[in-house]
Design a binder for this molecule. Sequence first.
Ligand SMILES: Cc1cc2nc3c(=O)[nH]c(=O)nc-3n(C[C@H](O)[C@H](O)[C@H](O)COP(=O)(O)OP(=O)(O)OC[C@H]3O[C@@H](n4cnc5c(N)ncnc54)[C@H](O)[C@@H]3O)c2cc1C
Length: 403
Amino acid sequence: MKVGIIGCGAAGLMAAAFCKGEVTVIERNEKAGKKLYITGKGRCNLTNNCALYEFFPNIIHGDKFMISTLTAFPPPALMEFMGENGLRLKTERGCRVFPVSDKSSDVIKALVYAAEKNNAKILLNTKVLCVTKYENTFTVKTDRGDLEFDKVIVATGGLSYPTTGSTGDGYEIARSFGHKIVQPVPALSAILLRDDVKPLEGLSLKNVKATIKADGKAYSEFGEMLFTANGVSGPIILTLSSRVNRLNVGKGQLIIDFKPALSPETLDERLMSDFGEMRNKDLSNILTTLLPKAVIPYVLEQSGVPGTVKGNSITRNQRFALGYTVKNLTFSPTGLDDIKRAVITSGGVDIKEIDPKTMESKLVKGLYFAGEILDVDALTGGYNLQCAFAMGRSAGIAAGSEQ
Ligand SMILES: Cc1cc2nc3c(=O)[nH]c(=O)nc-3n(C[C@H](O)[C@H](O)[C@H](O)COP(=O)(O)OP(=O)(O)OC[C@H]3O[C@@H](n4cnc5c(N)ncnc54)[C@H](O)[C@@H]3O)c2cc1C
């Protein structure tokens, strides 16, 4: 059985390690795993060692599709596989798993070792241009000539960070075989704002609640976020971006609650006591005890209360307006940041057309898809790589079997 695997990333390498047959991995780059190299800020958070019932809710699109492949290859099985291939691992906060060396290059080494141990051949510097099928043979046309295979696994990744090699070529291959592509959109991405937030650039907020409202839906996250020159980013924004990326965010709202732990009544009492204690100070000074300084002009503007008003002359209704604004500071998103800068691509080959056990196309026998090219995406924490590895393994095993 001759199997061609297109793409030498997480999914392609794992497929190569598990595929019994004459395996050739075709990679356009000069080395394997260019995207893997930059994962986890160079440390590669390769999985999340939580129980599967905790894992699935972290998959935003495709959780049901992933059940059989993740059950067959859950995080402990991946960790055992890595150990067998010379990679020592450690588990950090939130069950995030990293190599003991803190080097993503060691994950790539383990995967390449496993693939080569399985006699897979890795063809570097070879770009696949298109794939055709005639009778039972696939012809993979590359910029260095044609190759023929009995089975083909497409593991070319998504559209994010295209300098790593993932430029969406696999979508064209899938389309050419009649597959539907769910519109690829950014996920785990920054969100851009119409408002001028340059004065807030670099401001990092902890323990805030951010809500995005769009298309009549509302999603909230609690934790850390930060302002960039033209928008917002940080952990809770990345998570929110994955939840709202298929909504019309450009017509929605981003609402920040700076005091989510305080009820409106408790916040009002706090404001009353601050104004009483600092009766002769300007409001803009008084608010520094409650809010980061750079945020105050925004709160004043949206509440309509002048910053020059003294603590002892603030009216009850002005105080209510301030309290409301502190819990509901509102910005207007224009949308998510460019997909090139998104950690993950959401969308891709429609999973309704893929067998979830084998990753084989339901339209074309012998054609398989694995990894980010499929319409599966998850949150940060090692979930995306675990999904890509599990899909790669399923595709590799199925493509290497004799049927
Ligand atoms: C900055 C960043 C950090 C991340 N950190 C983490 C993390 O810590 N944990 C986690 O779980 N996930 C992380 N991810 C996500 C993770 O990297 C992806 O989920 C994963 O790499 C997807 O694997 P893949 O094999 O599907 O695609 P890729 O890893 O993108 O591999 C696809 C391969 O196909 C090759 N290719 C594409 N087109 C062609 C062609 N025409 N011919 C030949 N070869 C081709 C590409 O060059 C590439 O090598 C991160 C992503 C980014 C961008």
